[in-house]
Design a protein around this ligand. Structure first.
Ligand code: ATP
Ligand code: MG
Length: 346
């Protein structure tokens, strides 16, 4: 499916490509606490933890961006609304460290917060996480601005990754209105590769490829299959039929189950599915961010002219590298991709 020439072709093509990333940009913030410096608080008598280091990383759509940048995609264009707050400032600083990321599609709102996961680390122990989220629906004017930015960017994007991370309905960047607008753009321009990833709503996307895992497809597609054993597979086939596009159903360590769109009137497209195996990993793994690195790999291969099945294989290859990086949200730079390719072909 993949060859050394194809891997090389992807890695040498993507520096000239532009990939958009539409969706929820989070800040992942680690507070490193030195327990030897604990002080009692004069006001409450409780222990005041002393933070000796702050590490901030882009999360959610930011993880996809990190992975695209590490692979070597030349131009990355995020489209998102974040808060006009300190967390938003830190997020933009962290994104600014990646020269490929153009920040023109990120705008600030005085009424929204930058979604943030703060992880206090007491030595090696992770204490209760502190989450900042928007729990009210995204205002209409913000949705309209997202749509305007998407329209403006669309012609120059070689591909678009959509990341709908927020579980609260219509409280993030990818609201129903944004999703419907995207469906119209994608219908008119079927050659443009769009890949949607959504925690709760993957069943509602139309005219774009989808990348659910087994839980997401089972919960999001309202259709009862005959055979429970085949539930995720059958629902992925149903989603490919509804979207008219491929579905990349990631099945963890097993494979990517890849249904092709069903036969449509007046076309020669056939139905069916390909099973694209993963690349086995020995030793400890950390699957945090595996899905996002897989998406970045799939998009990189698609903008290089590979088939959907080859793109799934390349996504699997990239994810097999990042899951071996423990305790960090991993990335796969070109030298690691080449090394891993040689390894799996021994
Ligand atoms: N144990 C494993 N061995 C090899 N590859 C793996 C393993 N687990 C996951 N992967 C790779 O990671 C990809 C994504 O995995 P998974 O289906 O768990 O996605 P996900 O649930 O979306 O992940 P995330 O939690 O990051 O969103 C798989 O398609 C596969 O390529
Ligand atoms: Mg996922």
């Amino acid at each position: 499916m993949l060859t050394a020439q194809l891997v090389d072709h992807i890695l040498t093509t993507i520096p000239g490509r532009t990939v958009g990333v539409l969706g929820d940009l989070f800040l992942d913030r680690y507070l490193d606490i030195d327990p030897a410096l604990n002080e009692p608080s004069v006001e409450t008598g409780l222990t005041a933890y002393q933070v000796v280091g702050v590490r901030s990383y882009p999360g959610a759509a930011g993880t996809v961006i990190n992975n695209l940048a590490a692979l070597g995609v030349g131009h990355i264009y995020p489209i998102a609304c974040i808060g006009d707050d300190g967390e938003g400032y830190e997020l933009r600083q962290a994104l600014g460290k990646m020269p490929a990321v153009e920040q023109g599609g990120i705008f600030l709102s005085a009424t929204r917060r930058t979604p943030t996961y703060t992880k206090p680390m007491l030595g090696k122990e992770e204490l209760n996480r502190l989450d900042i989220k928007n729990r009210t629906p995204t205002p209409e004017d913000i949705q309209d601005r997202v749509i305007a930015l998407l329209d403006e960017a669309w012609p120059r994007l070689d591909a678009l990754l959509v990341l709908d991370q927020v579980s609260e309905e219509d409280c993030g960047v990818v609201t129903r209105k944004v999703r419907d607008h995207l469906a119209q753009l994608a219908e008119r321009d079927p050659a443009k590769f769009v890949l949607a990833d959504s925690r709760e709503q993957i069943g509602l996307f139309r005219n774009v490829c989808a990348k659910p895992n087994e839980r997401e497809i089972c919960e999001a597609v309202d259709w009862c299959p005959w055979d429970e054993e085949r539930e995720a597979q059958d629902k992925a086939l149903a989603l490919a039929h509804a979207t008219g596009r491929h579905v990349f159903l990631t099945r963890g360590e097993k494979d990517i189950f890849l249904p092709t769109p069903w036969k449509r009137e007046g076309t020669t497209e056939g139905s069916g599915a390909t099973v694209v195996p993963t690349y086995p990993v020995s030793g400890p793994i950390d699957i945090c961010g595996a899905g996002d690195s897989c998406s970045a790999g799939i998009a990189s291969a698609m903008v290089s002219g590979l088939t959907h099945a080859q793109a799934a294989a390349f996504g699997n290859l990239v994810a097999s590298i990042t899951i071996q990086q423990i305790g960090v949200t991993g990335t796969a730079p070109p030298d690691l991709v080449r090394k891993r390719w040689n390894e799996v072909n021994k």
